[in-house]
Design a protein around this ligand. Structure first.
Ligand code: ADP
Ligand code: 5GP
Length: 201
């Protein structure tokens, strides 16, 4: 059994990670989404246990103390974490798992799981990033400024990833990530078993 891929998609807030990952999950039903836990309040339409596990600060702290997270980080005043949720066993069973997490979290996962696939999503430009965050309508002018300043720093960290994809169009960015997943599955080191040939003589 081939081990599944741990696919980590990351990038600055507002780049379009959520939108692009949704397309990938629609296109590739064999890829499982890792549902994060967060202390932020649900947005309209978000359902507990679907987009996130919505926890109180005390519950989140209890999960940290109970060793339930692969990684966690504070992002714009709220805590977010990837539940361990048997990730290792699931990968060993051949499941592909997609994490859509912030830059700090992705670097922490990269230290723990060097065989993961680390993909950095870039906005086409900072102006377009500003337009996208404004268009989402979730930020005050002050929090918009903070996100853009952070984005400049976070984008430099993108150099530490393995792949970079520009989200100019959702279809094109998703197609590139799907191509990366397909190529990663063909890596020689992930296919050692295919080199043991049967006897013919
Ligand atoms: P993130 O998850 O990175 O914070 P979102 O997926 O919430 O970002 O996207 C931020 C905003 O940008 C949303 O309003 C989304 O519809 C829009 N968006 C995402 N990708 C694109 C794109 N390729 N072109 C135009 N708008 C986009
Ligand atoms: P939002 O509140 O817009 O859903 O997410 C805010 C940020 O938190 C996004 O950059 C998102 O990728 C990130 N995020 C979501 N889940 C996790 C997680 O489990 N761990 C970390 N480190 N970041 C996360």
């Amino acid at each position: 059994m081939e081990r599944g891929l741990l696919i980590v998609v990351s990038g600055a807030s507002g780049t379009g990670k959520g939108t692009v990952c949704k397309k990938i999950l629609d296109d590739m039903p064999q890829v499982a989404y890792s549902i994060s836990a967060t202390t932020r309040t649900p947005r309209p339409g978000e359902v507990d246990g679907k987009e996130y596990y919505f926890l109180s600060r005390d519950e989140f702290t209890a999960w940290i103390d109970g060793g339930k997270f692969l990684e966690f980080a504070e992002v714009y005043g709220n805590f977010y974490g990837t539940p361990l949720n048997k990730i290792e066993e699931r990968l060993n069973r051949g499941e592909d798992i997609l994490l859509e997490i912030d830059v700090q979290g992705a670097l922490n996962v990269k230290r723990k799981c060097p065989d993961g696939v680390y993909i950095f999503l870039l906005p086409p430009s900072l102006h377009e990033l500003k337009r996208r965050i404004e268009g989402r309508g979730t930020e005050t002018p002050e929090s918009l400024r903070r996100r853009l300043a952070n984005a400049v720093a976070e984008i430099q960290i993108g150099r530490e990833y393995t792949y970079v994809v520009v989200n100019d169009s959702v279809e094109r960015a998703a197609a590139q990530i799907e191509a990366i997943i397909a190529a990663e599955k063909c890596r020689v080191e992930r296919n050692a078993d295919k080199f043991s040939l049967e006897e013919v003589f």
